[in-house]
Design a protein. Structure first.
Length: 317
C-alpha cells in the first residue's frame, strides 16, 4: 500500500537533528566560542572590506583582483553556512536543526568549498600565465573568460554536491537524530543511517579525489612550472617579485587544503583519532581560510593595501 510506504519513509527520516557540538569538550563550549566568534568577525570584516574595495576601485578590476573577489564571496558563504549555528550550539541557544535545514547547510558548506578550490586553481593558472607567458596574459584573461571561470566554479560544485542530497534522503535513519558535531556534513549525516552507506562513502571519496584532489595536483604542477620560470629570470629583482606573488598564494593554498583533507581522511580512516580532534579540524577548515585569506592578500599586495587603508582611513575620519 503506497501510503503505508510513504508513512514508513517519513518515520525513518528524523524530523530534526540534535547537534551536540564538540562531544567530550562540552565544558569548554563557552571558552571555545570566544576564538570562534572573533575569527568569524574578522572573516566577515576582512572579506567584506576586500569585496568593497575591489568592487568600488576601478584600478582593481584586473583578473587577479576579480578572482580575489570571488574567493571572498566563497569564503563568506563557507563560514556563514556553518559558524552561526556552531556558536548557537556553544551558547546553548539552539542545538536542534531540521532534517532539511541540515541538508541545506551541508549542501552550501561543501558547495562553497569546491567552488573555492576551483577559484584557487584558476588563480594558480593566472599566476602561471602572468609569469611564464606574460605577453599572452591580456588575451587569455579577458573579462569574459573570468566570468566563464566563475560560472564554471558554481556549475562544477553544484553538479558534485547535488547528488548527495538524494543519497542522504534515500537512507533510513531509524530515529537516530543525535549528531556529535557542530554542523552537518555529508559523512556526518550518513553515519547516522541504519543502513549500508557504502554508496555515500564511495561517492564522497570519488568526488573528493576528483574535485579538490585534482585541483591540488594541478596547482602543484603550475607551481613547479612557475618556479622553473622564476629561476630562469635573469634579474634577482624579478625573481623576488615573482616569488612574492606566489608565496602568498601558496600560504593560502596550504591553509585551505591541509585541514580539509585531514578532516576528510580522518572521517574515512581515522577511527582511533579522538572525535573532538576531528570536529576541531572540520571547524578549522571553514574558519581559518576565510579569516586569513583577506589578511594574507592585503598584506602581500601593495595596491590592495593602499586602497584598504584609504577606505579605513576615510571612514575613520
Amino acid at each position: 500500500h503506497p501510503t503505508m510506504v510513504a508513512l514508513n519513509q517519513t518515520s525513518l527520516q528524523p524530523a530534526s537533528f540534535l547537534l551536540l557540538g564538540m562531544a567530550g569538550l562540552e565544558d569548554l563550549h563557552t571558552w571555545l566560542s570566544i576564538p570562534f566568534c572573533l575569527m568569524y568577525i574578522v572573516a566577515l570584516l576582512g572579506n567584506f572590506i576586500l569585496l568593497f574595495v575591489i568592487v568600488t576601485e576601478r584600478s582593481l578590476h584586473g583578473p587577479m583582483y576579480l578572482f580575489l573577489a570571488m574567493l571572498a564571496v566563497a569564503d563568506l558563504i563557507l563560514s556563514s553556512s556553518t559558524v552561526p549555528k556552531t556558536l548557537s550550539i556553544f551558547w546553548s541557544l539552539s542545538k536542534e536543526m531540521s532534517f532539511h535545514a541540515c541538508l541545506t547547510q551541508m549542501f552550501f558548506t561543501h558547495l562553497s568549498f569546491i567552488a573555492e578550490s576551483t577559484i584557487l586553481l584558476a588563480m594558480a593558472f593566472d599566476r602561471y600565465v602572468a609569469i611564464c607567458n606574460p605577453l599572452r596574459y591580456a588575451t587569455v584573461f579577458t573579462h569574459l573568460m573570468i566570468a566563464k571561470i566563475g560560472l564554471a566554479a558554481i556549475a562544477r560544485s553544484f553538479c558534485v554536491m547535488f547528488p548527495t542530497i538524494f543519497l542522504l534522503q534515500r537512507l533510513p535513519y531509524c530515529g537516530h537524530g543525535t549528531m556529535p558535531h557542530t554542523y552537518c556534513e555529508h559523512m556526518g549525516i550518513a553515519r547516522l543511517a541504519c543502513a549500508d552507506i557504502s554508496v555515500n562513502i564511495w561517492y564522497g571519496f570519488a568526488t573528493t579525489l576528483l574535485s579538490p584532489g585534482v585541483d591540488v595536483v594541478l596547482i602543484g604542477v603550475s607551481y613547479v612550472l612557475i618556479l622553473r620560470a622564476v629561476f630562469g629570470l635573469s634579474s634577482k629583482d624579478a625573481q623576488l617579485k615573482a616569488f612574492g606573488t606566489c608565496s602568498s598564494h601558496a600560504c593560502v593554498i596550504l591553509m585551505f587544503y591541509t585541514p580539509a583533507f585531514f578532516s576528510f581522511f580522518t572521517h574515512r580512516f581515522g577511527h582511533n583519532i579522538p572525535h573532538h580532534v576531528h570536529i576541531l579540524l572540520a571547524n578549522i577548515y571553514v574558519l581559518l581560510p576565510p579569516m586569513l585569506n583577506p589578511i594574507v592578500y592585503t598584506m602581500k599586495n601593495k595596491l590592495i593595501r593602499e586602497k584598504v587603508s584609504q577606505v579605513l582611513f576615510r571612514t575613520g575620519q
